[in-house]
Design a protein around this ligand. Sequence first.
Ligand code: HEM
Ligand code: CA
Ligand code: CA
Length: 343
Amino acid sequence: MYTTSRERIMGSYSPILFDSYLTVVVLLLIIGVSFGVNEEAQLSYDHYKFTCPRVETIVQREMLSIFLTDPTAPAAFLRLFFHDCQVQGCDASILLDGNDSTNKLSEMVSSRNFGIRNRETIGLIKSKLEFECPGKVSCADIIALAARESVSLSGPRIQIPLGRRDSTTYSSQQADADLPPQGITVDELIHIFDSKGMNLEESVAILGAHTLGVGHCQNIGSRLYDPQPGDQMDQKFEAFLRKICPGRIPLTNLCFAPNDGTPAIFDNQYYRDVLKGRGLFGIDSNISRDPRTAPIVRQFAVDQNHFFGVFSSAFVKLSSTNVLTNGEGQVRRQCNRINVDER
Ligand code: HEM
Ligand SMILES: [Ca+2]
Ligand SMILES: [Ca+2]
């Protein structure tokens, strides 16, 4: 005689016990859903299906025209996204202007946000979207979509869930506290990304964002002229950096060096470079030497497809953790200002 799967699971439980078991399961499910156990579930892949169905096409079109005139823009948008998500979650807090009357400072005042560019461009894309579907698309979603387009220009095309809402708060002190300096340890790196649900491999992959863009001398000088024990650089690379940044404290903010050998292309060159002692920042060098992360760096260096796959899942996690959804926050009408009538 065969048994149904229910009988196999329930064994000899009586129907009454089964019913109360079922009630408990249903109750637990209801509690789980109402307390938002799975935060990501509140974002969705068809959030704007009825309210702004062309949002992704419009952002893509606007971004492509920006990329045509500024090949450094993809790097700027990708870092803007990280610096938004790292402080209070991806809520466009980084776009808010400070308030002179209350003396509240913008997150941009934080020295960790030095070099952040293209905040106004998000506002420009927002105004196009306000024309098409007023009051619907959050600035936080636009930042995440702009970063996705920046990666997909030469790297993987990542589908991201949408429905983030914009913050009504911002804090330059929080930015100071949460944005990591260039020389963090591998332990600190793991801690930052573990809190966003990333495993070790994803934490190493998300740092692969340093395949794009540049670093300025003010973030390179301390490593060049005051190196940590064991932090060795390729000699030619070191000489190259010393030419660009001749002193520990730069005379101007204008001098910078590329993050990898191909700073306008999203590829796995970054991992090949850090293995050769050509990582720009302390943390880039640290992941190539730590026994936990070095094998992952070596694998990404030889397998770009694998890097793209792990980067994509890390990107979705970074973009979905600790976000405002549903009735929280607001959808700003202008990205640099809170809608005061809605607070
Ligand atoms: C968690 C450890 C990280 C540290 C310590 C770090 C540090 C830095 C520093 C110091 C710069 C140079 C800024 C300048 O001098 O102009 C930089 C640039 C950059 N970072 Fe990171 N970063 C980290 C993670 C990330 C992540 C997770 C992303 C993106 C997902 C990212 C994307 C970028 C990009 C694209 C640039 C180049 C920006 C440009 O060219 O305008 N970084 N990072
Ligand atoms: Ca934020
Ligand atoms: Ca590259």
